[in-house]
Design a protein around this ligand. Structure first.
Ligand SMILES: [Zn+2]
Length: 468
């Protein structure tokens, strides 16, 4: 039976409090729409779309460094997969950008205790050339300590910045402790350092360096900039504590050139009302080059795409759902900026992305709390059975959607548990085996519930054939 419905008109929101409650203190009860709950529970029990996407992408493409041939192969893969899944308007929106690629690299203590250390260049690091550089290590416990140091303490030396990042469910250490990576190389260069190594921005104890982007700003000349694995950084600290001058030989070969091409891959579930503001969801297709980009961010595109597919399988939403697999997030959110430049003024009902691994969603927040409290209440009720709490003080996040949000799109954030995320982030260990399929399905269920609540209603008569 073809029976269109609008969720908003059918919300089971009671405006009258039951008689036995204290009328002044208890809020009106909100119960999740049963059709939303059914879609959510089906995704939680049965989703395979997300696993199929991330397994396929990481196996058949592997690492997808921005603006390289690998990222181009990933776009081809994406167009093929999204088309095969039955999405509409599948296309690539290209943009150009500088390409940075990694060459041979290594770090070695020359004196006083000769030994090799595990190192990886940071994005847009200067190159040492194949012969490498040799210099004395100068230690700083934080990026601010480097900033406060006189130039004379740094000039001609290799800077080493330490820190003490700890795991946290909300990943909050990344902001503060990421500063040595983001700002350290520029400050070191401006003070005359010949190179810099940092303790990897991570929370593991494996000999895997964590790469990540940094930019030389304020006229700083590019110098070689690398991250030591955390055990190697701790080893270097112990060596320095012996009190003798420490000399390092550092080889970080890389290449950078202009005119590389990246692009955003876009697909849609067309809504019944083409004029209704759209639901924008996605993640980023590019990855760093050390692992296969499974949790950063193969799962993000897989989760959001699977959720959109569950809505499409159920029928036609009122609103168009637009899925974007953003290009070149890792070098600085270039895909998100390119999207906003073309589509930022399109009417968006919501913008949200998944880019924090594959562990379960534990909390959500949204601007809808203020702009559409009844939708926000429905979201809360629909997500609560998944163990997801609402965070009334939350903020927008997501590098890819931030430029669109800055132009006025309302935001929604489904926060994943980040306790394990920085053990693997930007390392060779970002691989498929780190994904827990049960938690992955919980993510898909959460995004499916959100899309269903905000869809404007799904016309169930317009079912489309299930396609993988
Ligand atoms: Zn990411």
């Amino acid at each position: 039976m073809k029976q269109p419905y609008l969720l908003a008109s059918l919300l089971l929101v009671s405006t009258a409090a039951p008689a036995q409650q204290s009328i002044t203190t208890l809020p009106s009860p909100v119960v999740a729409d049963p059709r939303v709950a059914a879609l959510r529970d089906d995704a939680l029990a049965n989703d395979h779309y997300a696993w199929d996407i991330v397994e396929g992408l990481t196996t058949e493409v592997g690492q997808r460094l921005a603006a390289t041939d690998a990222e181009a192969r990933a776009r081809d893969w994406a167009v093929h997969r999204l088309t095969a899944m039955g999405f509409a308007n599948v296309h690539v929106e290209p943009f150009t950008m500088p390409v940075w690629t990694r060459g041979p690299e290594g770090a070695e203590i020359v004196a006083p205790f000769p030994q090799k250390l595990a190192v990886a260049a940071l994005g847009y690091s200067g190159s040492t050339g194949p012969q490498g550089i040799t210099g004395q290590i100068v230690y700083f416990p934080s990026v601010d300590a480097l900033r406060a140091a006189p130039d004379s303490a740094v000039r001609g030396k290799i800077v080493f910045i330490d820190h003490n990042m700890m795991p946290a469910q909300d990943g909050s250490g990344y902001g503060q402790f990421g500063a040595p990576r983001r700002q350290g190389p520029t400050i070191a260069s401006l003070k005359g350092a010949i190179g810099i190594v940092i303790r990897s921005i991570g929370t593991d104890h494996h000999r895997n360096p964590h790469t990540g982007v940094q930019y030389f700003t304020d006229g700083a000349a590019p110098i070689p900039a690398g991250a030591l694995s955390i055990p190697d950084a701790e080893q270097l600290v112990r060596i320095l504590k012996r009190g003798q001058p420490v000399t390092m030989h550092l080889t970080l070969v890389s290449e950078k050139h202009d005119g590389g091409q990246s692009g955003n891959v876009i697909a849609e579930v067309p809504g019944r009302d083409p004029k209704a503001p759209i639901l924008l969801v996605g993640g980023h297709l590019d990855s760093w080059d050390l692992g296969t980009g499974a949790i950063d961010d193969g799962t993000g595109i897989a989760i959001t795409t699977a959720a959109a597919k569950h809505i499409m399988d159920a029928g036609r939403p009122l609103r168009t759902i637009r899925i974007v697999w953003f290009g070149a997030e890792e070098p600085g959110g270039l895909g998100g900026k390119a999207y906003a430049a073309v589509h930022g003024k399109d009417p968006h009902a919501i913008a949200g992305e998944s880019d924090f691994g594959a562990d379960r969603v534990w909390r959500f927040s949204s601007q809808l709390m203020k702009s559409d409290p009844s939708a926000y209440a429905q979201l809360a009720a629909s997500l609560a059975p998944l163990g997801i709490t609402k965070n009334d003080k939350g903020e927008a996040d997501g590098t890819d959607v931030e430029p669109t949000i800055a132009l006025g799109a309302p935001w929604a954030s489904l926060n994943q548990d980040g306790t394990r995320y920085f053990d693997w982030h930007h390392t060779p260990d970002d691989t498929l085996d780190k994904i827990d399929p049960v938690q992955l399905r919980q993510n898909v269920a959460a995004w499916t519930a959100m899309l269903a609540v905000l869809s404007g209603g799904i016309e169930s008569g317009a079912k489309q054939p299930k396609r993988r």
